[in-house]
Design a protein around this ligand. Structure first.
Ligand code: SAM
Length: 258
């Protein structure tokens, strides 16, 4: 009997080390991937300094980027590309943004630990997670209900308690929670939605791609100074998926009637 128990224990034990080895090698390849991703962000930052005026992404943003495992936010078939400095498909015709662009947008917002942020375009929830490492609370809106639900589940399972996800048309913002110190919009529109500007706190910053869906797009930074003046700066030519929903259609309709 003792011999049988010993054989059983040896059999079980022999299967355990391989599990431990896989976990360790995963940890190492993940940290390699993360280091590669952070280095690629630095390279892209240097290569675009002439446009952006940004010589280096702030240490706070780089630290936040290093804390969030992008592999948790991409579909299973893209996990091996999770740390590449490129956008990836997340289903429903949408993408998770390029890590450099996520870092640049957050650098431009200059968030403080007690800031409250609005994000329009939750997608996978990745950018909301990085933002939540830098600010007190992130309110994020996604128009595709399936993406909003899965991002909400994912963020909760990762332990984020300072992110609220809502399904809806982000064109109208989240007025009940306004004003926001920072607003991030991750889909392109021809204009900054006026409702979102109205939800920006004094001294707040808004970053979004502005332009044509299939044409020129520019990442734009708006700052609302303490005298109520809005300063606008074009930062970098970019390529984003379009903002959809009824809000943006009202803009097109009003233009056609002008
Ligand atoms: N921030 C996302 C991430 O980290 O995965 C990537 C966002 S993806 C580039 C843009 C997202 O904006 C898409 O998921 C799209 O469905 C969403 N979107 C487009 N129009 C929207 C609207 N009017 N309101 C809210 N979300 C919108």
């Amino acid at each position: 009997m003792k011999k049988l128990i010993l054989i059983a224990v040896v059999f079980l034990w022999s299967s355990v080390p391989s599990v431990a080895e896989v976990t360790l090698s995963q940890v190492f390849s993940e940290s390699d991937g993360m280091n590669r991703m952070l280095a690629a962000i630095e390279t892209s930052t240097h290569m675009t300094t002439a446009y952006t005026g940004v010589k280096a992404i702030s240490q706070e943003v780089m630290t936040a980027m290093a804390k969030v495992d992008r592999a948790q936010f991409v579909p299973e078939h893209s996990v091996h590309d999770a740390f590449e400095n490129q956008p990836l498909r997340i289903g429903y015709g949408q993408t998770i943004s390029q890590p450099f662009i996520v870092a640049l947008m957050l650098h431009l917002l200059q968030l403080q630990p007690d800031d409250r942020v609005l994000e329009v375009g939750t997608g996978s929830g990745y950018q909301a997670a990085v933002t939540a490492e830098l600010a007190a609370h992130v309110h994020t809106i996604e128009i595709i209900p399936e993406l909003a639900r899965s991002a909400d589940r994912r963020l909760k399972s990762l332990g984020y308690t300072n992110i609220s996800v809502r399904t809806g048309d982000g064109w109208y913002g989240w007025p009940e929670e306004a004003p926001f110190d920072g607003i991030l919009i991750t889909a392109v529109a021809q204009e900054v939605p006026p409702q979102l500007l109205a939800q920006l706190a004094v001294g707040g910053r808004l970053v979004m791609p502005v332009g044509e869906v299939w044409g020129d797009q520019e990442l734009v930074l708006l700052t609302l100074d303490t005298t109520g003046v809005i300063n606008t700066r074009e930062v970098l030519p970019v390529r984003f998926v379009p903002m959809t929903g009824e809000g943006i259609l009202t803009l097109r309709d009003s233009r056609q009637h002008q």
